[in-house]
Design a protein around this ligand. Structure first.
Ligand code: ADP
Ligand code: ZN
Ligand code: ZN
Length: 703
């Protein structure tokens, strides 16, 4: 008896090889088994996708290579997991093997059967730590939390937990998970957060709540900041069912969890749920799909949901049956503390070139004097975005990109944030020799310096000098830097915290009473139709960092404030923000999107091409567009002309894209599926000459 086994292996993204490769086996194995198979000259990891008995050899017309080994110490990957992978591959136009192998821990690729067996034995021998039985006394829920949980229990979902910042959403997740694990002794829960930075604090809260009850092995994390052995251990724990709760970033959506019954997606609106390279999947959308497939309840949480989710959760009205998500609302902050008052500073009334208005400086100064903290937010790192010569007009362009290099004063470099090209700052203008080259505009580094100068004379309540700190991608590069900087803020050592959006999200700061966005206008008039949505949620998130501790506020006699400096104080986005009125903002945006036929009222995909020249990139896209003419569904899909990307050239590669749009997701999917083979062909045809790579981005986030 022989078997023919179709195996998903990682093949190069656009190779001509099919989705699975066939191998011969003399032993049977279940679909989902992990195997090692020969591929070219190497032996690689693969997943048995289908297994066919091949009694007389007729099913295999050519001699098949034999399977190298079966990793039979591991239970096979389940049907549900394979369905998820297959769906993601199909929907996002990637190969099965690419998604399947990317979803497995990297270390699994390198382990032999023997090594894996040893590994499993060790993990098994370590045993499952016993529960101590110490269960922390949980807080009494608010009425809003109780209401949300009751509906969550009673209905099928998917759910949107629409809760203000500080309304206690995390407590709701904890309770929903607790109820599930108590009810069902084999159930598992997956809880996702958008950023690695947020996993340690979440892990601490979950471990505190559950270790005593279910043992210290019950909660594991899964994200790319872990070492390969750690990731493998977490993955094995999830796959074997010993981990009851998996906390992770977007990659965790692919965790193999045989007992999965609940998926939480915290801050579901966050752009980081969308993978931006390789297979460009949305972990939030996959979570909803996975929940449906596996009968797991899905809870999406946010104070500023994505417009897609908001629209999906609209209540029935008139002839509209409403969306398919259940909306659970928690409008109030815990402890009756109110959301910060929003103050708009009209920058048109300030002297030209004002960076920080006098009123804002006064407000920060008063807080320093009272021992309170402020957070100043600017979404641009570095010292200045451009360095320029006043004499000849030279600017610090990157020679490899259509972008300026950013001036970083700390190490006196000009750095390209797109290709990484870095040089020391020239002493004189490289074009004319003028010694007087100057930074233009400002980033967080310069803002930090500026604030330090402005508040040098102000004293803290104990008479000591003011401390300004900065948190951004540059200040947190070293391992552990972010943790220690956050700890300094939490312990009250810092008076003014300067930072990028990194500090806007999630953190439960207790003594911040003022948050300021000093220059958010750029996003108001961006060519990207999602920019206002992102700005609104970022500002709401930032505001959510202020006044989180009602007891502290009242002990200080303080009020929490969010300051916004803008040249467009009349903009409706700010009007809605002032009232903390996300629904009003969402309605404005949705009305505009409906009128313009944009998502969520239409579905989009991008075809992108990178080439040596812009002409070559566009020629490929235009030929691709023509080739799609006869495809099924093409009559219902609008194909726009090819255009250069906003940043057209990066690392000497020219980039162009073409937008596809349709009111029908199914039609768009049909066109994309039919298009794949044509695109592969085109790439090898004369029209593909000069093309370095192409890719399809389904439901793209930025256009
Ligand atoms: P969110 O995730 O909605 O921003 P959190 O879950 O972080 O809010 O809760 C904000 C704060 O309120 C946290 O410090 C949390 O411990 C506390 N908290 C949550 N629920 C309750 C409750 N029912 N009673 C008292 N404090 C609570
Ligand atoms: Zn010059
Ligand atoms: Zn560059």
């Amino acid at each position: 008896m022989k078997w023919r086994v179709d195996v998903a292996v990682q093949t190069p993204a656009h190779s001509a090889l099919g989705d699975v490769l066939s191998y011969a086996s003399v032993v049977p194995m279940p679909p989902g088994a992990l195997v090692r198979v020969p591929l070219g000259r190497r032996e690689v990891l693969g997943v048995a996708w289908a297994v066919h008995p091949d009694e007389d050899g007729t099913a295999a017309p050519i001699e098949l290579k034999p399977i190298g080994a079966v990793l039979d110490g591991l239970p096979p990957l389940g049907d549900a997991w394979r369905d998820l992978v297959a769906f993601a591959a199909r929907y996002y136009q990637r190969s099965l093997g690419e998604i399947a192998l990317a979803a497995l821990p990297p270390q699994l690729r390198d382990l032999s059967t023997v090594q894996l067996a040893r590994r499993l034995k060790r993990q098994g021998a370590a045993g499952t730590p016993e529960a101590t039985g110490e269960i922390p006394q949980p807080v009494a829920l608010t009425d809003e939390q109780t209401g949300a949980l009751d509906r969550f229990d009673a209905e099928a979902g998917p759910f949107l937990l629409f809760g203000s910042t500080g309304s206690g959403k995390t407590e709701v997740y904890l309770r929903a998970v607790a109820a599930l694990l108590e009810r069902d002794s084999s159930a598992q829960a997956l809880v996702m957060v958008p950023e690695i930075n947020l996993t340690p604090q979440l892990e601490a809260r979950f471990k505190e709540r559950f270790d005593g009850r279910f043992g210290a092995a019950a909660v594991v994390s899964l994200h790319s900041g872990m070492t390969n052995p750690q990731r493998l251990a977490s993955w094995l724990a999830a796959h074997s069912g010993t981990a009851r709760i998996v906390l992770g970033t977007r990659m965790a959506v692919f965790a193999s969890m045989p007992g999965l019954k609940l998926i939480v997606v915290d801050e579901e609106h966050d752009p980081s749920y969308k993978q931006q390279e390789g297979a460009r999947y949305s972990a939030r959308d996959l979570a909803v799909w996975r929940g449906q497939r596996e009968g797991a309840k899905v809870m999406l949480g946010s104070a500023t949901p994505s417009l897609e989710t908001w629209h999906q959760s609209r209540p029935a009205q008139g002839t509209d049956a409403g969306g398919r998500y259940v909306r659970l609302a928690m409008p109030s902050r815990i402890g009756a503390s109110t959301l910060p008052a929003v103050r708009l500073v009209d920058m048109n009334l300030q002297p030209p070139r004002t960076v920080l208005s006098g009123a804002l400086l006064d407000a920060i100064g008063q807080r320093i004097a009272r021992g309170e903290q402020s957070m100043v937010f600017l979404n641009r790192r570095g010292y200045a975005p451009v360095l320029a010569c006043g004499d000849c007009g030279w600017k610090s362009e990157c020679p490899h990109c259509s972008a300026y290099r950013v001036f970083h004063k700390i190490d006196r470099t000009l750095r390209c944030h797109h290709c990484g090209f870095t040089e020391r700052v020239p002493r004189a203008c490289p074009a004319c020799g003028n010694l007087d080259i100057a930074p233009v505009g400002r980033g967080t580094e310069r803002l930090e310096e500026h604030l330090g100068e402005l508040f040098a004379a102000v004293k803290r309540p104990d008479g000591s000098v003011v401390r300004i700190a900065r948190i951004d991608a540059d200040s947190t590069r070293k391992q552990g830097a972010l943790e220690s900087q956050l700890a300094a803020v939490h312990s009250g050592e810092v008076d003014v915290l300067v930072g990028t959006q990194m500090i806007a999200k999630g953190h439960d700061f207790r003594r911040i009473t003022l948050v300021a966005a000093i220059n958010p206008d750029g996003a108001l008039f961006s060519s990207d139709f999602r920019a206002p949505e992102r700005l609104f949620s970022l500002l709401m998130q930032s505001a959510g960092r202020a006044g989180r501790d009602a007891a502290y506020l009242s002990s200080q006699g303080a009020t929490a404030e969010m300051w916004i400096q803008t040249h467009h104080p009349q903009h409706p986005l700010f009007a809605a923000l002032r009232r903390h009125d996300y629904p009003a903002f969402a309605q404005q945006e949705l009305d505009e999107r409906a009128a313009a036929g944009m998502p969520p009222f239409a579905f989009q995909a991008l075809l992108r091409a990178d080439a040596r020249t812009q002409d070559a990139a566009q020629a490929f896209l235009n030929a691709a567009s023509v080739s799609a003419d006869g495809l099924e569904g093409a009559d219902r899909v609008t194909r726009y002309p090819a255009v250069p990307l906003t940043i057209q050239r990066v690392a000497n590669v020219e980039r162009a894209q073409m937008l596809l749009e349709s009111a029908s997701r199914a039609a768009l999917q049909r066109v994309l599926a039919g298009w794949q083979p044509l695109l592969h062909e085109l790439r090898r045809a004369p029209e593909g000459k000069g093309v370095i790579r192409w890719l399809v981005d389904v439901d793209p986030h930025s256009i």
